[in-house]
Design a protein around this ligand. Sequence first.
Ligand code: FAD
Ligand code: NAI
Length: 473
Amino acid sequence: MSAKQFDVVVIGGGPGGYIAAIRAAQLGFNVACVDEWKNDKGGPAPGGTCTNVGCIPSKALLQSSEHFDHANHHFADHGISADNVKIDIAKMLGRKDQVVKQNNDGILYLFKKNKVSFFHGRGSFVAAKDGGYELKAGDETLQAKHVILATGSNARALPGATFDEENILSNDGALRIGAVPKKLGVIGSGVIGLEMGSVWRRLGSEVTVLEGLPTFLGAVDESVAKEAAKLFKKQGLKIELGVKIGEVKSGKKGVAVAYTDAKGEAQTLEVDKLIISIGRVPNTIGLNAEAVGLKLDERGAIIVDDDCKTSLPNVWAVGDVVRGPMLAHKAEEEGVAVAERIAGQHGHVNFNTIPWVIYTSPEIAWVGRTEQQLKADGVAYKAGQFPFLANGRARALGDTNGFVKFLADAKTDEILGVHIIGPFASELISEAVVAMEFKASAEDIARICHAHPSLSEATKEAALAVDKRTLNF
Ligand code: FAD
Ligand code: NAI
């Protein structure tokens, strides 16, 4: 059977891959995307980790559990009585699965609309051939002039604690727990640990998070991390820092985690379920990278330059499988940039303005440098902060925890970082991203008219605070 010819073949249909495929098709290329993710029925489920076991299902559960939490603890403030509030976990998981399916189907529709040929199965290199590459896509053979690798990442396992997705859970199992565990353990107080820990705590689990590092949320601005630690503790999330994990034993009754605490004392945590969220590793399993001599680094990531070019001509790589933050929007931006570079355009990704969000309650979001980074870099800066407590909309929402913080260059007033902990921080951060992308000063934001009453007024006020002239605080 002769090989099917394509200008661009993308391996991996997560946010990096499917977006690269669509952009390449928009630019007039004949494009194929190969993805092997299977739904429960064995059918295609494009969207990768993000859609199937990451961003989307976690946010669906965060929403459900937040409603439950509000009904139990906050409705009464509004004069609404909701006694004996119950949650049907099967229904909540079913809704989450529906949300995932809508996204899977949406991507298949987008492929059709943009005339991207989709192949469900594993993609792998066969050989360099005819100035391009011969590839396998399931049982089919493809010939590509350009290849974009977007094969993503997998959960990092803790040595001696194999994921069984029953008791010892990766992000996958953590999104499918069938009944609220009485006690839930989490190893790693990073983004997944905090988000998934929050879901199950709101639903009634007693959650203990064990973190290896002595500092909480080390990558986050210190004042935000401090505020988050205080609020999470108040909510009942137990977080132990500076621990050293020992033996993890899983049995019929649950999981026992032996560890040494920060004081050096031996402890055991007994839980019904254990989530291990200690980072993710790049995935190149099954690519047959050796057949073409594709170079990987010591972490197993595909080596790329600033333009996402790999060690092989006309082979590109994007997303979690390469260096940089493991975020869906970073993967997408790289996918778009690579498609544009293949078309001879000047695709660009600005790593300095990639926003980060942690979808806890309150949400945490930031862009740019933290105060501790500016100090380490020896940059003279001014800081301005405004609390949601003094914002009318936040008071009306009944959600006044947290603040917005601006960091601006001491001389030029250029915004160097914006850090938010509070309601809808995930949405509010966009204004800061736009401002930084346009190299705005804090004064620019301070002089822009913001709707009243809105949470975004806290952003304006924090910008005013840089010049010590807040109007409402
Ligand atoms: P992936 O999404 O991992 O997609 C890779 C795809 O390639 C998969 O479908 C895989 O099956 C397929 N594949 C791999 N090898 C082959 C092969 N040889 N042949 C065919 N197909 C192959 N990021 C955010 O920005 N916001 C969030 O809120 C967020 N929440 C998250 C929550 C959780 C629980 C997790 C685990 C992650 C979360 N992330 C979030 C991170 C985000 O999911 C990743 O950064 C993103 O999915 C990376 O996209 P990607 O395209 O590089 O890889
Ligand atoms: P992470 O890197 O955010 O956090 C891992 C944590 O585990 C760190 O605090 C680390 O110090 C700790 N740790 C590592 N080894 C340990 C050990 N042996 N014992 C105890 N603690 C240990 O990784 P996480 O939470 O697994 O998430 C992976 C990635 O997925 C994130 O880095 C992020 O890029 C992405 N993600 C993004 C989300 C978002 O954007 N909202 C949500 C969830 C995940």
